[in-house]
Design a protein around this ligand. Structure first.
Ligand code: MLT
Length: 408
C-alpha cells in the first residue's frame, strides 16, 4: 500500500478557517433563520476596482484574436507587471529592488509555504505566537518539526510571543535561529512594526547569517506615512530577507489570485559544506519546474492597480475597510472591551471577556449575536483568551455586528 507523509498526522486539528466553517455550517443547519455576519476569515467583500475589471475585460478581448492570444507566460510573471511592481512598490519608496527580483504568483499563502522547497531541513525556525497558521503548518507538513505538546506548540520551533506586555513587538530570540517568519502589519494582532523594530531584526539576521521571511500582505493598510511598508526600506535587508506581497486584500484579489515574492539577487544561503549559493537562482529553478505562472488576464488586472485610476480606486477600497476597522475599535472599546490593532491593519484583536476562552467566546458570539469571528487560540497558544475580528465586510454588516455584540 502507498505510504503517506506521516508528518500530516502531527497537525493539530483542521486548518483554522475550515474548522470555523465547519462549526458555522453546523450552526446554520440547526438555525436556518439566523442571519449570520461573517467577520472571521479576512476575505474581501467589495467589488474589484473598476480599472482592474476593465483591464481584464480588455485582456479577454485580446485573447479572442490570434494576434493577441497568450499561451504559457513567463513563470516569473510578465515583465510589464514586474516592472510596474518594482517601480511603484519599491523604487518609489527608495528600495533598491529591480523587476527581475520580483516573482509573480497566485498567492502569498502558497509562496510562504513553497519557499521551504529551497531551504534546508535542519534550519532552526522561529515564528511569532500568535501567528498566521500557514507558516507553522507548512513546516510541520514538510517534516521540519517534531510533535506538538499539550499546549499545541511544536517541538523544534522557536516561538516569539507577541502580547500586550511587549506591545506586540517581536523580540529577538534567546536561542540562535536561522529562519524567522515576520508579518507586519500583523495578522492576527493588527500590530505594526516601526523602522527601528525591523532594523533590529535585519541586524540580527545579518549578524547570525539568518533569513527573514517577511510577509507584507497588509502593507497597504498602513496609515502613518513614517511606518515602513517593506523590509527592503531597511539598510542591510537585501542580504537577509525575502518579502511576500499580495493583491488580495489591497485590491480585492482574494478570488482573482495574484501576489508576488521578492528575492534579492544578493541573498545567499549555504550548503551543508559551507558553499554559498544564491536563493534567487534556486527559487527561479523551483518556479520554472513547478509553476506555470498566473494567467495573462489576471496579470493585466494586477498591472491596472498601478494606473492612476487604479491607485485611486484601491486607496478608496483600503480606506473603506479601515473605516470599518475604526468603527469596530470605537464601538467595542466604548462597550468596555480591551481592543488592539485595527489602526494600520484590517484586523482588530480583542480580549475575550474575563473567564472565557477564545473558542467559548467564538461560540457565544455565534449563538447569541450570530456574528462569526476568529478565536485567537487558533493562531497559537499565546492567542488564547483573544479574538480576531476582520474589517472586511459591508458598512451595514459591520455596524449591525457591533450593535449585536455590544448589546450583550
Ligand atoms: C486570514 O483571515 O487570516 C486570511 O484571510 C488568511 C489568508 O490570507 O490566507
Amino acid at each position: 500500500m502507498v505510504q503517506i507523509n506521516s508528518n500530516y498526522l502531527k497537525l493539530k486539528a483542521g486548518y483554522l478557517f475550515p474548522e470555523i466553517s465547519r462549526r458555522v455550517n453546523a450552526f446554520s443547519e440547526a438555525n436556518p433563520q439566523a442571519s449570520l455576519i461573517r467577520l472571521g476569515i479576512g476575505d474581501v467583500t467589495e467589488p474589484l476596482p473598476q480599472a482592474c475589471c476593465q483591464a481584464m475585460k480588455d485582456a479577454v478581448d485580446e485573447m479572442e484574436n490570434s494576434s493577441g492570444f497568450h499561451g504559457y507566460g513567463p513563470e516569473q510573471g510578465y515583465p510589464w507587471l514586474r516592472e510596474a511592481i518594482a517601480k511603484n512598490d519599491f523604487q518609489a519608496r527608495g528600495c533598491q529592488i529591480s523587476a527581475d527580483e520580483i516573482f509573480v504568483s497566485d498567492g502569498s499563502k502558497c509562496d510562504s509555504s513553497n519557499i521551504l522547497d529551497i531551504l534546508g531541513e535542519d534550519n532552526q525556525i522561529a515564528v511569532t505566537d500568535p501567528v498566521y497558521p500557514v507558516y507553522v503548518d507548512s513546516n510541520v507538513m514538510s517534516g521540519r518539526t517534531g510533535d506538538a505538546d499539550q499546549a499545541g506548540q511544536y517541538e523544534g520551533l522557536s516561538y516569539i510571543p507577541l502580547n500586550s506586555e511587549n506591545g506586540f513587538e517581536a523580540e529577538l530570540p534567546l536561542e540562535p535561529v536561522d529562519l524567522i517568519y515576520l508579518c507586519f502589519p500583523n495578522n492576527p494582532t493588527g500590530a505594526v512594526a516601526s523602522r527601528e523594530h525591523l532594523a533590529k531584526w535585519v541586524n540580527y539576521a545579518n549578524q547570525n547569517n539568518a533569513l527573514i521571511l517577511f510577509d507584507a500582505a497588509y502593507e497597504a493598510f498602513i496609515q502613518d506615512p513614517l511606518l515602513p511598508h517593506s523590509i527592503f526600506e531597511i539598510d542591510g535587508s537585501r542580504n537577509c530577507a525575502i518579502e511576500f506581497r499580495s493583491f488580495s486584500k489591497k485590491a480585492g484579489f482574494t478570488g482573482t489570485r495574484c501576489a508576488y515574492t521578492v528575492i534579492p539577487k544578493s541573498l545567499q544561503g549555504s550548503t551543508s559544506n559551507g558553499t554559498e549559493i544564491d536563493l534567487w537562482t534556486l527559487w527561479n529553478r523551483r518556479q520554472s519546474t513547478k509553476f506555470n505562472g498566473v494567467s495573462y488576464i489576471v496579470q493585466r488586472g494586477a498591472e491596472a492597480v498601478y494606473s492612476l485610476s487604479g491607485q485611486k480606486q484601491t486607496e478608496k477600497l483600503v480606506s473603506f475597510y479601515m473605516e470599518n476597522a475604526s468603527i469596530i475599535r470605537k464601538e467595542l472599546s466604548s462597550a468596555g472591551y480591551t481592543v488592539f490593532g485595527g489602526e494600520h491593519a484590517p484586523y482588530v484583536w480583542i480580549e475575550a471577556p474575563k473567564g472565557q476562552s477564545s473558542w467559548q467566546f467564538f461560540d457565544f458570539l455565534l449563538q447569541k449575536a450570530n456574528v462569526v469571528g476568529t478565536p485567537g487560540s487558533g493562531f497559537g497558544t499565546a492567542g488564547e483568551g483573544y479574538f480576531r475580528l476582520s474589517a472586511f465586510n459591508s458598512r451595514e454588516n459591520v455596524e449591525e455586528a457591533m450593535q449585536r455584540i455590544i448589546s450583550f
